[in-house]
Design a protein around this ligand. Structure first.
Ligand code: 9MR
Length: 859
């Protein structure tokens, strides 16, 4: 796999430039290995090839079919870059290789640029059965970035080359990478809510309690106490203590915490930062958009031409054929968001991302603490701002329209299914702005996972867009039904795990969870028996789906369960579904309480996932949903404490969100936010989440620096570390969901429940309409004089006529006001009013959340 053909002169910490290597003496330790991945166990990275061949990983070897009809040896090359050489040092170079049919190749260690001076030139005679080859040479130069290349061209006929165990020993020991982790007191570097929990971690050798002091920005000590020793933390390998200072509640900026002679990075006590993070985490999506010019006026410093339309050198996404042999048509699959730092667009990942954005919006209808206006129109500075549709939905629609385009048209084989992905034919290097990508784009085969993902997202879109654009909602519902039927007809079409040239695979061999999620969304939207039956029959409906690693693109059951629990619907046994979310949250809370860094994430094998930041966040989403369901403060506090890890309370003492925290990730792997490679390009915008520690360290940068890392240390803020430091649409989605949740908590004061109880009863239903009666009872001890009752319809219902109240409706939100004569509700007394409604297609469930004069009533 080639991620980066073009290399850049970077100050690499690992490169030893000293020319004074020790003489090659007989000593027990082997000379240092300079080839990062010569064994090809799981990847061919960072090896590259000329465009006329491709790599295959074959039983732990790198293999390639060498084309015939070339003239010179250098017409076909396989190589690896950035090999440091030390002048006058002697090197042992070796490899095993085979050729079928037998061939003579050239193996070179050389200067990577013209005149390509060769320090070693060998001509191994390769056989079909394969041989091991060994050479020595003394380097005449010191060079940070020599190349090892195999020149394979010059054959009239094609042949197959396989390579393994490439080794180059000698030269200087690679420098040991030691990250700068600053002071040993680790805090949420952004902000603690005044009325919320406040926890920090101290890294120390001490085993007994130590004193701590909290100081305000003037240096005055405002609180103090003793640390709690927690022993050695497995996720970091550090001996740690915890510090709790939640009793201090005064808002302010520039606080510091001191213990064991170390003073933390500064932080605020206040909620304001989360209001900006709510917007920034969502604004991330506009600059990820494909197929539209990014306006510099809306995102100063980030303007760029539209990507992947037809303008050269782009070949464009407007008329994309399938991979050879996959289909006989081409589709307009323009638009949508780029997945990550690459230019690929993947249905399963786009689907979960757009679903979480729509879920963030839907939460404003169903959660007591939600502040709907904060996600309203004109909150995100996007081209659609001002169109009277909440900006978060406009942004979601940009992706949703793309997902619909990925569906196979009627009349074609697999009609109704979704193509798994569209991306470049080959991997491109960095940097590369979207509009400059010259690669051909290809549609990849359909998959059941992508089809169900589309069904779920489209079913959800059908209800959330209904009040704003009934035609778009109806289009989504049709697409969702078609996708569901197509997935039922083709239940086991899996994306290939080896289809990873030019884009990620996103392969998934178990789609039972996608069936559950799609059924759940279709049921919530339509209320229909077929989907209810599918939900109730799914093993995921009753299983403990709250695994330590959490949910994501490969395990989607939680998305279904959470919506069944939080969005109004009349599923039999719904109380049990809601209780199961609390049970899951209790598991994550227990993990968090046991973890000295306060993470609701502690996989049993003590290995962190690719994109672990998002797994932490998704586990927090479960706790947040439990808070929305139950109002129990412990769940909300779990979310607030978990957020601290992402914003600085961690082993690396850094925030994983660009622009938030004193020291924060800012060199995420991206082809267009590539400031680290080209000073004319920007860093990622503020509010961009880095994937975070990944025990797999699949990229060569991380492998060179981090081998043997404890989980929390498996991260480097370097643009080349695509396995620890990328940014993606599916990682910013839970960041945005959680930052909205946290911003909604204000200063952390728990909402006071209203002294009211509401019964909402739909008495009559006929095709297209219904009649509903609402009774509001005053359960408090004071009279209510003058009342305003609010709720949101779930879909596109309209209140048509009312009695005993004045009803107005704005999109889904209904406001009912007293008529003067019934303005007073005495303690224990009640008022009743009613209305007729016009039903939208789909279910018409009673709203979960009704507020009286701004406070939530029991329903
Ligand atoms: O996020 C994905 C992670 O879960 C997988 O383990 C990994 C390897 O398949 O791929 C990650 O997704 C990448 C995708 O394949 C291509 N675009 C960038 C994504 C983030 O690194």
């Amino acid at each position: 796999m080639i991620r980066s053909l073009r290399r850049w002169a970077l100050p690499l910490a690992v490169l030893a430039l000293a020319a004074s290597g020790p003489p090659v003496a007989a000593h027990a330790d082997p000379e240092p290995e300079q080839i990062v991945n010569g064994t090809f166990d799981t990847t061919t990275d960072p090896w590259w090839h000329t465009g006329n061949t491709t790599f295959e990983l074959d039983a732990g070897r790198l293999c390639a079919t060498v084309p015939g009809g070339t003239v010179n040896p250098w017409d076909v090359i396989i190589g690896v870059n950035d090999i440091p050489l030390v002048r006058d040092d002697t090197y042992a170079f070796g490899f095993t290789a085979s050729a079928d049919p037998a061939k003579v190749a050239k193996a070179l260690v050389q200067l990577p640029v013209d005149p390509y001076t060769q320090y070693l030139s060998a001509t191994p005679e390769l056989s079909v059965s394969g041989n091991a080859y060994a050479y020595t040479f003394t380097s005449p130069v010191s060079l940070p970035d020599a190349q090892v290349v195999f020149q394979l061209g010059g054959s009239a006929t094609p042949w197959r080359f396989c390579l393994d165990d490439v080794t180059l020993r000698g030269g200087a020991e690679p420098e040991v990478y030691v990250p700068d982790t600053g002071p040993r007191v680790r805090v949420n570097q952004v902000a603690y809510l005044p009325k919320g929990p406040k926890d920090a971690t101290l890294v120390t050798e001490a085993t007994g309690p130590l004193p701590w002091r909290l100081a305000n920005s003037g240096g005055t000590v405002v609180a103090s106490g003793s640390t709690v020793p927690r022993g050695v933390d497995a996720s970091s390998g550090q001996n740690v203590h915890s510090i709790g200072f939640g009793a201090y509640t005064k808002a302010g900026t520039g606080y510091t915490l001191t213990a064991d002679g170390q003073t933390s990075r500064p932080f605020d006590i206040g909620g304001g930062a989360y209001e900006s993070l709510r917007a920034d985490a969502l604004k991330f999506y506009y600059t990820q958009r494909s197929g539209i010019e990014i306006l510099d006026s809306l995102r100063p410093g980030y303007g760029r031409p539209a990507g992947h339309l037809r303008a050269a050198p782009n070949q464009g996404d407007t008329d994309v054929p399938c991979q050879p042999g996959v289909c006989d048509y081409s589709l307009d699959v323009s638009g949508g968001w780029y997945d990550a730092g690459d230019h690929g667009k993947y249905v399963v990942n786009g689907g979960i991302s757009v679903a979480q954005l729509m879920g963030e919006f839907e939460r404003t209808k169903n959660a007591v603490t939600a502040r709907p206006g904060r996600l309203g129109d004109s909150t995100l500075a996007i081209p659609e701002s001002g169109n009277k549709v909440p900006d978060i939905l406009d942004e979601a629609r940009w992706e949703q329209e793309f997902l619909l385009r990925m569906q196979v048209p009627a009349g074609k084989p697999y009609a109704g299914m979704a193509h798994h992905k569209v991306h470049d034919q080959n991997w491109t290097g960095l940097p590369l702005l979207p509009h400059l990508d010259p690669q051909a784009r290809e549609l990849h085969p359909v998959s059941t996972a992508a089809t169900l993902n589309l069904a779920a997202a489209a079913a959800q879109a059908a209800r959330v867009f209904a009040p704003y654009d009934p035609a778009f909602a109806a289009r989504n519902l049709t697409a969702a039904r078609d996708a569901w039927a197509a997935a039922r007809a083709h239940p086991a079409v899996y994306a290939s795990a080896s289809d990873g040239t030019g884009g990620g695979t996103y392969d998934d061999g178990d789609v039972t969870d996608e069936f559950y999620w799609a059924a759940a969304e279709l049921f919530v939207t339509t209320g229909e028996k077929e989907f209810q039956d599918a939900v109730l029959a799914s093993p995921h409906h009753t299983a403990d789906i709250w695994t330590p690693r959490g949910f994501g693109w490969q395990s989607t059951a939680a998305l279904g369960r959470l919506d069944l629990a939080t969005v109004p619907n009349d599923l039999p046994g719904r109380a049990g579904v809601r209780a199961s979310v609390l049970a899951g949250a209790d598991e994550y809370l227990a993990t968090l309480k046991a973890h000295p860094y306060g993470l609701p994430y502690d996989p049993a094998e003590n290995t962190y996932d690719w994109g672990s930041s998002s797994q932490v966040l998704n586990n927090m989403v479960v706790m947040a949903a439990a808070y929305d369901i139950s109002g129990r403060a412990k769940y909300r506090d779990g979310v607030l404490e978990g957020l601290g890890y992402l914003l600085g309370r961690n082993a690396l003492n850094q925030s994983y969100v660009t622009g938030y925290g004193e020291v924060a990730s800012h060199n995420q792997h991206s082809r267009w936010y590539a400031h680290q490679l080209n000073a004319d390009l920007p860093n990622p915008p503020k509010g961009s989440l880095a994937g975070g520690p990944n025990s797999g360290i699949q990229d060569p940068k991380a492998q060179a620096l981090l081998r043997g890392c404890a989980p929390q240390f498996c991260y480097v803020d370097d643009i080349e570390s695509w396995s620890t430091n990328e940014l993606t649409v599916n990682w910013n989605a839970p960041l945005s969901w959680i930052s909205a949740f946290v911003a909604d908590q204000g200063d952390g004061t728990a909402p006071v429940p209203g002294a009211c109880a509401v019964t909402y009863t739909t008495h009559g239903r006929w095709p297209g309409g219904s009649t509903t009666q609402v009774t509001v009872r005053n359960t408090g001890s004071k009279a209510v004089s003058g009342w305003t009752l609010k709720w949101s319809f779930l879909g596109g219902q309209k209140a048509a006529g009312a009695w005993s109240a004045a009803l107005t409706q704005d999109a889904a939100t209904v406001t009912a006001k007293d008529l003067g004569w019934n303005a007073t509700i005495r303690p224990g007394g009640s008022v009743t009013f009613g209305f007729t409604g016009v039903s939208a297609p789909g279910a018409d469930p009673a709203p979960d959340l009704v507020t009286l004069n701004g406070a939530a009533c029991a329903v």
